[in-house]
Design a protein around this ligand. Structure first.
Ligand SMILES: [Zn+2]
Length: 416
């Protein structure tokens, strides 16, 4: 079968930068050959050969905390969160394309503003014809019926108690969601003091866990409070977001499950809150105070999680007006700046660990023969400075599943 060869590249393979200048061959939707140390790959009949011009070839990025239906993006500012249904659907589809444009070939959803928009969008993406990352689709975020923060899209089917929670998980699974997200604790940024509030009982969380295993879906949680982290772990949640107030007992519990769980602190939204310059009528004083506290705690927490061998991934709640979709690669810089990661370490978290997060660790997130061809050709050296990934013009090629979303022959032309 005719393939595509990209020669003359430095290769970051998901774990490390390989030695010397190398080459990669893609056949169909998979990587068929990887050569390094100055070796070129001899083209077979019909192969297209691309000169990488000494750029860096690496796996596509994985966003661990994606909100495709959160309205704001680098292409469109939306002051609030709620959109009319048609606008919400098209905005979600557009944000999928925007993530892919910025090098994110996979996204793990951290919740949607509509029950089914991500599931439907995913069928359009996977069947071809709509650009977007590989997607672990989520249903709507669930908070209990008495709380309506964060989910203006919520409409029905809420009740309290383990049975109601089971029904919700079952229903999300029947719609086709792969991940179901719960707000196990509240969020200070939205309501002062809420981060310490538990929104579910252990019985409810555990019922969600049982149902999720029965229905074959994964659970993710917003967990700021220490007890929320523990509740999620006891209930078998697979992805834990934030974990800001985890105490040493919670850290031990996390460590005991380190092979089965993933954590995304979502530092992007924190930094964006601190950086935001809101108009005078919009008071962010409280949000900024809370963000400063969270950042100070996470600067201690995340290095400790890493030291204990936990899988911590970039992914930062992009989609808010002051933290728009499309800026996602900034999280990598923040891991280096705040959490003591080397560029290589955070690149690995965003690719190799990202493949595991997507449930595809044996075929996604690495430049390796047999792996799926989700690749970026970067004009520059992200291993020296991860910030180059924030400039989409430096992404000379973006390949997903063996096909160019951005073709290097066309890069540099108007709009590319
Ligand atoms: Zn979120």
């Amino acid at each position: 079968m005719a393939g595509i060869i990209i020669n003359n590249v430095r290769i970051f393979d998901g774990a490390q930068l390989r030695t010397g200048i190398g080459a990669v061959r893609v056949e169909g939707n998979r990587i068929s050959e990887v050569a390094d140390s100055g070796r070129r790959i001899e083209p077979q009949a019909g192969d297209r050969v691309i000169d990488g011009q000494g750029g860096t070839l690496m796996p596509g990025l994985v966003e661990a905390h994606a909100h495709l239906s959160w309205p704001s993006s680098v292409e469109r500012f939306v002051p609030g969160m709620a959109l009319p249904p048609e606008d919400l659907v098209l905005t979600t589809a557009r944000n999928a394309r925007i993530l892919l444009d910025h090098g994110f070939t996979s996204a793990y959803s951290a919740g949607s503003l509509s029950k089914s928009v991500e599931v439907v969008l995913n069928t359009f993406i996977t069947s071809g014809g709509m650009p977007g990352p590989r997607l672990v689709a989520s249903s709507i975020e669930r908070s209990p019926p008495t709380i309506d923060e964060l989910d203006p899209g919520q409409v029905a089917d809420h009740g309290t108690g383990p049975q109601a929670v089971r029904e919700f998980v079952k229903q999300c699974a029947s719609i086709g969601a792969k991940s179901v997200k719960f707000l196990l604790s509240g969020e200070d940024a939205l309501m002062p003091g809420a981060s310490q509030q538990l929104l579910y009982t252990q019985e409810e969380a555990s019922a969600a866990g049982e149902q999720a295993r029965e229905s074959g879906v994964w659970l993710a949680c917003h967990a700021q409070a220490n007890e929320a982290v523990k509740m999620g772990l006891r209930a078998g949640f697979r992805v834990l977001y934030h974990c800001t107030y985890a105490d040493s007992e919670a850290l031990d519990m996390l460590e005991a499950k380190r092979d089965d769980i993933f954590i995304a602190p979502a530092v992007g939204i924190i930094q964006a809150t601190l950086d935001a310059n809101p108009p005078p009528h919009f008071d962010m004083t409280h949000m900024k105070t809370s963000a400063a506290e969270v950042l100070a705690l996470q600067k201690k927490l995340v290095p400790e999680l890493k030291r204990r061998g936990l899988k911590v991934l970039p992914g930062g709640d992009y989609g808010f007006p002051f933290n728009p979709n499309g800026r996602n690669a900034r999280d990598l810089e923040l891991f280096v700046e705040h959490f003591g990661y080397s560029p290589e370490e955070v690149l690995s978290a965003a690719t190799l660990l990202g493949g595991e997060l997507m449930g595809m660790g044996d075929e996604l997130g690495q430049v390796k023969p047999g792996f799926l061809a989700d690749l970026l050709l970067v004009d520059g050296d992200p291993v020296a400075d991860v910030r180059v990934l924030q400039d989409r013009k430096r992404l000379r090629a973006i390949m997903k599943d063996g096909r160019f979303h951005k073709d290097p022959a066309l890069a540099g032309l108007a709009g590319a």
